[in-house]
Design a protein around this ligand. Structure first.
Ligand code: ARG
Length: 563
């Protein structure tokens, strides 16, 4: 039951739809002000009356009864108190009957949303800079599917560019196939680093690398075989991380996939009179839009990152006919996407408005948290391993007799990495701290997982929640607050999808968990005064567990049975 809507439909405000009124209704943090409140200040402008007078008038006309037990005008606010029992009954029936579909909907109507995320670079190890895009993208992917959209996950691999010519040159000079096969990407990285050192003294290496890159472009069999092998090695490395994080893609069409698809784009730009020569390069002038020119072809005729992104956007539109195409990419690429989107718009693509750069901030590691193997690059695998290791130690200490400690530690450790990256608004820079993300008492996934284990243990002790339960005569504050937090889940999922902010779901998890723990400590569940009360409280416990499980699943976090 949507209470805001219920109330709004009974509040005729001139010149406003019930939906608009509903969007103004809020839940006051202080329950003494009612359960819902309509601030009348915004209405004052429309109705040309004082907020207080509006509140009074609306209050007098409101039909109290049914689910709303009281309406009161106070200082320009119209406060509503609901019939708690009716409301909680609705919430529990909804959550329990929908089960693992609680919070889901078909609002997306099967519309396709392409999500470009993770998009790692070939021959580079997965470092912490790609954590946010990976877990944010994967969360958005699941959230949109949960809401009835059809997500298409695209890993736009960075597999194109002169660096691959350098890598071949390096490999041909110093590469050892078995060594590299054994050590994987880090060995590729080593010869790449060596190449740069040697090239300082031997600039002719640059020419060699350029020649190899040209061969790749011409699809020379030997060079292609090497390149494919580099790719395979990288993907093997990266796949380990995707498996740990439970992240999947529907397409791995990366930059090189577009090498033969850029010609037509350049042609179209030329035909539409958008190309201009500047210092030998082909550009689209964007001065009128306050941006530097978008370079399409370099002086030597080679394409750029932006050219490939344009070909990719057109390809995606043709292939998937997307409703929206999201790019989960760091905010450092703001200008790049603004340029690409603008050029597509100038090309007359009406869908350019459906391209969205979902920008996020930087992740760094707390000072001294880890000595890195090489320079200042922090490898994600090391971070995850360390989190699992720490989780193992904590879990063993808390519960030495726990079975499957390894499995629990994995869920806790991986969850901590994901939750740590998702807990704040995505645009904020994050400083990752092991102690913070693994704090049992903090705003963390461990805290939420532990709460789930607690709820599950209560249910197990009771031999499951009875299927039939009744509302008690009076609802305690703790019960009511918990039920309201549970009820907020479906709207929170919608808001997370609309704003591309999985953090809203992460925050809801913590809120529900905190309220459950308050309820758990203040209200007796298993030793409630009557069986009826016990059954009601068990139903509330089950609804809580369901909500948290669904919410964590959207973020990609598993729930251990026991902790
Ligand atoms: N590989 C790029 C990087 O690591 C990200 C690619 C993002 N996607 C795109 N279509 N440009 O920075």
């Amino acid at each position: 039951m949507d209470y805001k809507k219920y109330i709004a439909e009974r509040l005729p405000v001139e010149g406003m739809t019930a939906e608009e009124v509903a969007s103004l209704i809020a839940c006051p943090p202080d329950p003494s002000m009612g359960d819902y409140a309509l601030p009348c200040f915004k209405l004052a402008k429309v109705l040309r009356k004082s907020p207080a007078a509006i509140a009074e008038a609306l209050c007098a006309a409101f039909p109290v009864g049914g689910v709303v037990s009281k309406a009161e005008a106070v200082n320009g606010y119209l406060n509503f108190t609901v019939d708690r029992a009716a409301m909680v009954r609705d919430i529990l029936s909804e959550a329990l009957s929908k089960g693992d579909r609680y919070g889901a909907s078909d609002a997306g109507m099967g519309r396709v949303v392409c999500i470009d995320y993770s998009s790692v670079n070939i021959a580079k190890r997965f470092h912490i800079g790609h954590l946010s895009t990976t877990v944010l993208g994967a969360a958005i992917y699941r959230i949109l599917n949960f809401l009835g959209y059809k997500s298409v996950g695209i890993n736009h691999l960075g597999d194109y560019g002169t660096q691959f010519g350098k890598l071949i040159s390096a490999y041909k000079r110093w590469g050892n196939r078995e060594e590299i096969e054994k050590q994987g990407v880090s060995a590729l990285n080593d010869i790449y680093v060596r190449w740069h050192k040697e090239a300082e003294a031997h600039p002719e290496l640059e020419d060699e690398a350029r020649a190899y890159f040209k061969k790749i472009e011409e699809k020379d069999p030997e060079c292609m075989a090497l390149f494919d092998w580099f790719k395979e090695l990288t993907m093997k490395d990266v796949q380990k991380i995707y498996d740990l994080l439970d992240v999947r893609f529907d397409s791995y069409a990366g930059e090189s996939f577009y090498s033969d698809k850029m010609g037509p784009v350049v042609e179209e730009l030329r035909e539409k009179g958008l190309l201009r020569e500047s210092q030998g390069a082909q550009i689209v002038d964007l001065e009128a839009y306050g941006m530097p020119p978008c370079i399409i072809l370099k002086k030597d005729g080679t394409s750029l990152y932006a050219t490939r992104d344009m070909a990719a956007a057109i390809y995606r539109k043709n292939t998937y006919d997307f409703y929206k195409c999201l790019y989960v990419v760091a905010y450092q690429q703001n200008l790049h996407f603004r340029q690409v989107f603008k050029v597509l718009e100038l090309m007359g693509k009406p869908w350019a408005k459906d391209l969205v750069h979902v920008a996020y901030g930087m992740v760094s590691l707390e000072e001294g948290a880890m000595s890195t193997r090489k320079g200042n690059v922090v490898f994600l695998e090391d971070v995850i391993d360390k989190c699992i290791e720490k989780a193992y130690a904590i879990v063993s200490e808390k519960n030495p007799d726990l079975e499957n400690k390894e499995e629990v530690a994995k869920k806790v450790g991986v969850g901590a990495v994901i939750f740590g990256a998702l807990y704040n608004s995505k645009i904020k820079d994050i400083v990752f701290s092991y102690d913070k993300v693994l704090n049992f008492e903090g705003e963390t996934s461990v805290y939420v997982q532990y709460t789930c284990a607690r709820a599950r243990s209560v249910l197990q002790k009771a031999g499951g929640a009875a299927a039939d339960w009744e509302m008690p005569a009076a609802i305690a504050d703790e019960e009511f607050e918990l039920a309201k937090a549970v009820a907020a889940f479906p709207d929170t999922v919608l808001a997370a999808a609309e704003k591309y902010e999985p953090c809203l779901i992460a925050r809801l998890c913590v809120d529900v968990a905190q309220k459950f723990n308050k309820f758990y400590f203040d209200c007796k569940i298993l030793s409630a005064e009557t069986d009826a009360l016990k059954n009601f409280r068990l139903a509330l416990t089950r609804a809580t567990l369901q909500t948290l499980t669904n919410a964590l699943a959207l973020l990609g976090i598993g729930v251990p049975e026991k902790m």
